[in-house]
Design a protein around this ligand. Structure first.
Ligand SMILES: [Mg+2]
Length: 169
């Protein structure tokens, strides 16, 4: 059962994602999580290196939509700051937020060319895999997190250990 939800790539940060590998796999559309993937939880400042990375990937031809479980106020502020469309209150790991994003990116017709990038197994990875999307799991930017997330991290650690072991066998 767990194998179904195995991330396709695990990276330290979005900055470490091998974009050529994604492009070679035919990925053209990226659905990216906000909190602790692009911006530290509860902070509004987007680091220059992240802004530059977002510009670079768009120049490379990737189309982006941000998808967040956070509320309208925070998500719209970041959406306006970055000038990249964003879905708020996405209710990940439910499918609805991802479906809205894929509708916005390609009318829902190119899921096979779409990758999800996020920092949480229980929201980003499970949600993406329920739609059979390619998924890149990144390490969270900061340890400070919502208390539910902190509990989830305990289980997440165990699951990632399992995948590591699986990879070695
Ligand atoms: Mg996150």
């Amino acid at each position: 059962m767990l194998k179904k939800f195995k991330p396709d790539m695990i990276c330290k940060s979005v900055l470490d994602i091998n974009l050529e590998t994604l492009a070679k796999r035919g990925i053209r559309y990226l659905i990216i999580d906000i909190d602790n993937t692009l911006v530290a939880w509860r902070e509004f400042e987007v680091k220059d290196e992240i802004i530059n990375w977002l510009e670079k990937i768009q120049k490379m031809g990737f189309k982006i939509c941000l998808v967040s479980n956070n509320q309208k106020y925070r998500v719209e502020k970041i959406e306006n700051m970055l000038g990249i469309p964003a879905i708020y209150n996405a209710k990940k790991p439910l499918k609805s937020g991802f479906l809205k994003a894929s509708q916005l990116l390609h009318q829902g017709k190119k899921n096979h060319q779409t990758a999800v990038i996020g920092d949480q197994f229980f929201t980003d990875v499970i949600g993406a895999k329920r739609l059979n999307l390619f998924v890149v799991l990144v390490r969270p930017l900061k340890e400070k997190e919502f208390f539910v997330t902190r509990i989830n991290r305990i289980f997440e650690k165990k699951i990632l250990k399992y995948y590591e072991k699986d990879e070695k066998e």
